[in-house]
Each structure stands twice: as structure tokens, then as C-alpha cells.
Ligand binder design. Structure first.
Ligand code: AMP
Ligand code: MG
Length: 423
């Protein structure tokens, strides 16, 4: 598809840009995975239980299955004596029924035998298990405590009933959800496919992390931060080799990216005024891409559109800007594609210093401390968008809303947290 790359002259708000980006974006189709590979994936369909869990009434204690009525008066001084007619180790089925005046020795998890309606824990009897865990089945047992029907019994379906909707589509699979699926007999599970994101760094000045520097060169850090962000939000990152600032090289890399059939293509750099001609030429040739001026800092124009129908983001080259624009604009699409909840925690914090802003919505790197129970934010010092260590130091991004030019010390603002903050 041949389209025209055009410069949007009006300033787009962050929210308007995000909703344009998300327009028409649907979760990806499902794929089926073994449970072992499904941790941290998103369930693609509701799970309705095909069975009761537990499947049968069973004992929650090691002890004796009895008829509660037979032991209603039992005490330590006046125990009830019952005939032991059966042994029910875990994993076996009862071989008979418990009649009046009778008991069955039963282990935790073993099925409650017919006739019995309660279990007396072994500690409330005169029975002693041998050191090796087993003891010969005694002919009779003394019960030293009364029990009520249902005591120490887990009924069938106590945890999950047949037909119950146990897990909903869109659930993030944690260890406990995997356990529930296993308990229901699912060895495989349908999960939303992970979005594949191709990442291309552009720039004549860039060398790869393992290459020596030459005069005028710097190392490509963006492809690593961006790949890390993609993986953090559940995507599969494909880091492509660096594209030089030539039409041929950028075209070759974008074609290589397209050949991997990605769900999103991201490039960094080469889209700021004066430098984007090369990238712009190729974008116009391979797709439809607009350059958006967004009411937002840090970050120069964001290029957004499609390359042969694949959503494309041209992020700024400055390392902090690349990360922040990813966080604000790419992350929502990744989360939507993988049907993940927007899990980024936020907090309100008081700013410890007065701030000036230029009226654009600004994301400032801050550290957070607790003072008298309140969160206090302090900027990491230089807010240069080239200083990547400010992202290492920062606990989060403080958001100065659009239209605000001065913030007094002590004002409360929202912070997108990089790590949870304690009390
Ligand atoms: P540009 O958007 O091409 O004008 O680049 C803006 C700044 O970001 C320049 O200082 C570039 O050297 C730097 N830069 C561009 N790409 C990368 C990258 N992949 N890794 C680190 N810095 C970069
Ligand atoms: Mg450049």
C-alpha cells in the first residue's frame, strides 16, 4: 500500500493520540499451550468446570470415619468404643460400609465410606500410628470426643462445582490458576497469542553493544530498552540489526521486519525534524504513516501508522524519550493485543520542589520517599532525555498535566510507578 506521510500541524493530546492508536485493535487469536508453558499468559476462553473438585467427599484429617450419632456422648472419661471394620488409605476406595457401632480408619484425602458422616481425628482416639507411619488395624478404637455430622469431612464439589465458571476469559494465569486448571484435568490451555514486535534502531552513529566505538559513534541502547519493555508487557521482541540513515538500508530493515510477520513494528530515531527524510521516504513507500506532534514531553514527533497493514511506531531516538513514548503510546496497544490488564501501578505524591513546565503534559523522572505517611517525589536531577541513568535511578514518572506551567512545592501529582512503593 502506498500512502502519504504527512505532518499533523495541530498538537494532539496524549489521550486523543492513544485512542486513535487503539482504534480497531482487538486481542490476538488463541493458541494452545501445555500448562507448563502457560504461566503469565492470558486465558483465551472461559473455563467451565467439567467436574466437582474434590470429586468425592473425603476426610480432612487422619483418623476414624464414624457415624456421629454413635459418639455423641463420648468424652475422655467416658470414651465410646467402636469396632474397626475397614482401612481406607489415601488413593483407595472404601471396600464396605460403616454400620452402627463401627468405624473405619481413614487417611487425609481418602474417600468417606458409605454410612459414615464424620471423621474423628486420630488425636481424639486411643490409636497410635507406629513410627513408620503405619500400624496394624486395631480390632476396635476408643473415641474420646463427640463430633457432629460433617466434622472433618470435605464434601464433593466443596472447592469447585460441576458447571461452575471457574476462570474467565482474560484471566492472567498465575501459579494458582495453573493449579486449578490441573485439578480440572486440563493438561493444555488456550491462551491469547503473544504479540510479536519487531524493533529497528536507525542511525549512522550507532554501533551494536558488542562493537568497539569509533570517533562519532555511540552504542545502540534503544533496541535493548525497547525489547525489554516489549517482554515486560508480554510480547515477543525481535531486535533487528541497526539501519543506517539511507533509504536502501531503512527499506531493507523494514522489509526484514515485515517478513517476520510481526504484530507491531517499532523504530527509534530518525523522525525528528531535519533528520526524518530518509525514514519518511521509506514509510511513505511501504505504508501510511503520520507524524504526530503530541502535547507531550519528552519526545519529538511520534510517527504512527501502518507498514503494509502492520501497526508502526516511529519513536524518538533519545533513550529516555524512546522509553517514555513506548510506555505512553505502545504499551496500551501491546496490552490490548494480549488482553492484559493495565497493571502499571500509580500513586499520588507531593513534589518536594517547585517545578516549571512548558504546558505540555510532562513525564518527569522522580525518586520517591515516605515522609509522615505521605509519598514525596523528588526529580532525579537532570531531565535530559539522553540521560538513561535517570531511568535507572527513578522510582517512577511524575505526570505534570497539560496546561500547567508552574507547580508549587508540596503539590500533589500522579506518579506512574516503576516499582511498588512500601508504606
Ligand atoms: P535522532 O532522533 O535521530 O535525532 O536521535 C536523537 C538522539 O538519540 C541522538 O543523540 C542519537 O544519537 C540518539 N540515539 C538515536 N538512536 C539511538 C539508539 N538506538 N540508542 C541510543 N541513542 C540513540
Ligand atoms: Mg538519527
Amino acid at each position: 500500500m502506498v500512502g502519504e506521510a504527512k505532518q499533523v500541524t495541530e498538537l494532539l493530546s496524549v489521550d486523543a493520540a492513544t485512542s486513535r492508536i487503539l482504534r480497531g485493535i482487538q486481542p490476538l487469536p488463541a493458541e494452545t499451550l501445555p500448562l507448563d508453558d502457560a504461566l503469565d499468559r492470558v486465558l483465551a476462553a472461559d473455563i467451565v468446570s467439567p467436574a466437582n473438585v474434590p470429586p468425592f467427599a473425603n476426610s480432612s484429617m487422619d483418623g476414624f470415619a464414624v457415624r456421629a450419632a454413635d459418639v455423641s456422648g463420648a468424652t475422655g472419661d467416658a470414651p465410646a468404643r467402636l469396632d474397626v471394620v475397614m482401612d481406607i488409605p489415601a488413593g483407595t476406595a472404601p471396600t464396605g460400609i460403616v454400620g452402627a457401632g463401627q468405624a473405619a480408619r481413614i487417611m487425609t484425602g481418602a474417600p468417606l465410606p458409605e454410612g459414615a458422616d464424620a471423621v474423628v481425628p486420630v488425636e481424639e482416639t486411643d490409636h497410635i500410628y507406629a513410627q513408620d507411619g503405619q500400624a496394624a488395624l486395631p480390632p476396635s478404637v476408643q473415641i474420646r470426643r463427640a463430633v457432629r455430622p460433617g466434622d472433618s469431612v470435605r464434601v464433593a464439589g466443596e472447592d469447585i462445582r460441576t458447571g461452575q465458571r471457574v476462570l474467565g476469559a482474560g484471566t492472567l494465569l498465575r501459579p494458582q490458576e495453573l493449579g486449578v486448571l490441573a485439578a480440572l484435568g486440563y493438561a493444555d490451555v488456550a491462551v491469547v497469542r503473544r504479540p510479536v514486535v519487531a524493533i529497528v534502531s536507525t542511525g549512522d552513529e550507532l554501533v551494536a553493544a558488542n562493537e568497539p566505538l569509533a570517533p562519532g559513534k555511540i552504542r545502540d541502547s534503544n533496541s535493548y530498552t525497547l525489547a525489554g519493555l516489549v517482554r515486560t508487557y508480554g510480547g515477543i521482541a525481535l531486535r533487528l540489526p541497526i539501519a543506517r540513515d539511507s533509504v536502501e538500508d531503512v527499506r531493507a530493515r523494514f522489509r526484514e521486519a515485515l517478513a517476520a510477520r510481526p504484530d507491531i513494528i517499532i523504530s527509534s530515531a530518525g523522525v525528528s525534524v531535519g533528520t526524518f527524510d530518509v525514514v519518511r521516504t521509506v514509510l511513505a513507500e511501504l505504508g501510511q504513516v503520520d507524524f504526530w506532534r503530541i502535547n507531550f514531553r519528552p519526545g519529538k514527533p511520534l510517527a504512527y501508522g501502518q507498514l503494509e497493514g502492520v501497526p508502526f511506531f516511529g519513536l524518538p531516538g533519545n533513550p529516555v524519550s524512546a522509553m517514555v513514548t513506548f510506555d505512553v503510546f505502545v504499551r496500551p496497544m501491546l496490552l490490548r493485543l494480549s488482553q492484559r490488564p493495565d497493571a502499571v501501578p500509580t500513586a499520588r505524591a507531593r513534589i518536594s520542589e517547585p517545578l516549571k513546565s512548558d504546558g505540555r503534559r510532562s513525564y518527569l523522572r522522580v525518586t520517591l520517599t515516605r515522609e509522615n505517611g505521605n509519598l514525596v517525589a523528588t526529580t532525579t536531577g537532570t531531565q535530559s532525555s539522553g540521560a538513561l541513568t535517570s531511568m535507572v535511578l527513578a522510582d517512577g514518572l511524575l505526570i505534570v498535566p497539560e496546561g500547567v506551567t508552574e507547580v508549587a512545592a508540596g503539590s500533589e501529582l500522579e506518579v506512574r510507578l516503576f516499582r511498588p512503593v512500601g508504606d
